[in-house]
Design a protein around this ligand. Structure first.
Ligand code: HEM
Length: 412
């Protein structure tokens, strides 16, 4: 720590505190981190910023755990809270550690198998028409409200929410409630800063799900929740808590991150007319453009691990017990991996970003997220070729889940 420039630590503080200016362009600070402190141990967390290191650590389940309840970050935070808030924090983190994304083998292997079995490519591609219909309908409504709209509020967040809600069998009347709960979840997961609010939200979310699950047990259904309830061929099935955990994860991960991707993605495109022209002239570039958007503005800027034993990364000792932030946003902009990383290029040929993670926890919903992003972005650009940005862009105060607060757009 003594060798790290104070000015860099001030920048990292600004990022960790989610200061608006720092979040406008975190990539400058990431560049300094890669150069001056590829593994920075600061505020009870090791931040790893090189692509090659993050990539290797993502598939190393021997040295690193996905659990977050045990890491130094939670321990330090818990010590700073009142006994009541501490109890709430620990209960929320305990439940969060039951989520698929937080499990280690062998539990992870078992639950991933049970979830994977229902999340089939056929089920995903079968959603294409539904996604297109929802997108067209919401764009019609936005157009009627126009000429200037907040595209995130009117269209973007609703598409993945309706799609994943529809797949899981959630009644449409409850989507808004789930969206509000998910906002609290996003703040909590990023740095555990709101344990009291999260405790209340989890209580509501879990009792809501308990009723839904009970309904599925009583009557036959064909949705994803019913499929998750059924035992696999060996007779293994998810427990009630495991079901609630995966259901909340799917609802949250299934809409918040995709919303952020499409919002940041359209903003990146609308502020680069040359790239828009390329995409308009060659609509078949959309698949590549979505990959470049994922690389350029990763919706998950950080992925979290915890050191099970002492390890050395980039010659820095990460002691057993330390919480780790793999800086995906930085890895995706690492010049050692991507030439001209800060340039946005829909034709870039190598876009193998880490935005969906890598290894055993590789995002289970990536095919769905990609499909939704392709349909939303290409339909919007086709229908509104004259659209332009109509206001300042403000990023949500969240370092982990990077996304815009709003996307003001003039449609014509
Ligand atoms: C652009 C949108 C998305 C992004 C950027 C994203 C990102 C990620 C990342 C980085 C991970 C790995 C985390 C880790 O290794 O600790 C992950 C895991 C996961 N994602 Fe996504 N995701 C997106 C959309 C979705 C969707 C649409 C769903 C489901 C409907 C989903 C469900 C999951 C699940 C269940 C896991 C846990 C997998 C495991 O631990 O085995 N995600 N996602």
């Amino acid at each position: 720590l003594t060798t790290v420039a104070k000015s860099l630590l001030a920048e990292v503080d600004a990022l960790y505190n989610c200061e608006a200016e720092a979040l406008t362009n975190p990539y400058r600070t990431y560049a300094r981190l890669r150069k001056e402190a590829p593994v920075l141990i600061y505020r009870d967390v090791a931040a790893v910023s090189h692509y090659v290191d993050a990539h290797a650590m993502l598939s190393n389940t021997t040295d690193y755990s996905n659990s977050r309840s045990l890491g130094s970050h939670v321990t330090a935070l818990a010590a700073s809270l009142s006994p009541e808030a501490r109890a709430m924090l620990l209960e929320c983190v305990r439940f969060h550690d039951r989520w698929l994304v937080r499990l280690d083998p062998p539990d992870h292997t078992r639950i991933r198998g049970l979830a994977h079995r229902v999340f089939t490519p056929r089920r995903i591609s079968g959603m294409t028409e539904t996604i297109q219909i929802i997108t067209d309908q919401l764009l019609d409504e936005a157009q009627a409200k126009g000429p200037t709209v907040d595209l995130i509020d009117e269209v973007i967040y609703k598409v993945p929410l309706m799609v994943v809600g529809n797949m899981l069998g959630v009644p449409a009347a409850d989507y808004e409630r789930i969206h509000q709960w998910s906002k609290t979840v996003a703040v909590f997961i990023s740095d555990f800063g709101n344990p009291v609010e999260m405790f209340a939200t989890l209580k509501d979310f879990r009792s809501y799900l308990a009723v839904m699950i009970e309904e599925r047990r009583r009557e036959p259904h064909t949705d994803l929740l019913a499929a998750l309830l059924a035992p696999d061929e060996t007779g293994d099935r998810l427990s009630a808590e495991e079901l609630q955990a995966i259901f909340i994860l799917l609802l949250f991960a299934g809409h918040d991150t995709t919303t952020n991707l499409v919002g940041s993605g359209l903003a990146a495109l609308l502020s680069r007319p040359d790239q828009l022209v390329l995409l308009r002239d060659e609509p078949e570039l959309i698949g590549n453009a979505v990959e470049e958007l994922l690389r350029f503005e990763a919706p998950n800027q950080t992925i979290h691990r915890y050191a099970l034993r002492d390890t050395r990364v980039h010659d820095v000792l990460i002691p057993a017990g330390m919480s780790i932030k793999l800086m995906v946003g930085s890895a995706n902009h690492d010049p050692a991996r991507f030439p001209n990383p800060d340039e946005f290029d829909v034709r870039r040929s190598d876009t193998r970003h880490l935005s969906f993670g890598f290894g055993p926890h590789f995002c289970l919903g990536q095919a769905l997220a990609r499909l939704e992003a392709r349909i939303l972005i290409s339909t919007f650009l086709e229908r509104f070729p004259q659209a332009s940005l109509a206001g300042e862009l403000k990023w949500k105060p969240n370092l982990m889940f990077r996304g815009l607060e709003a996307l003001p757009v003039a449609l014509s």
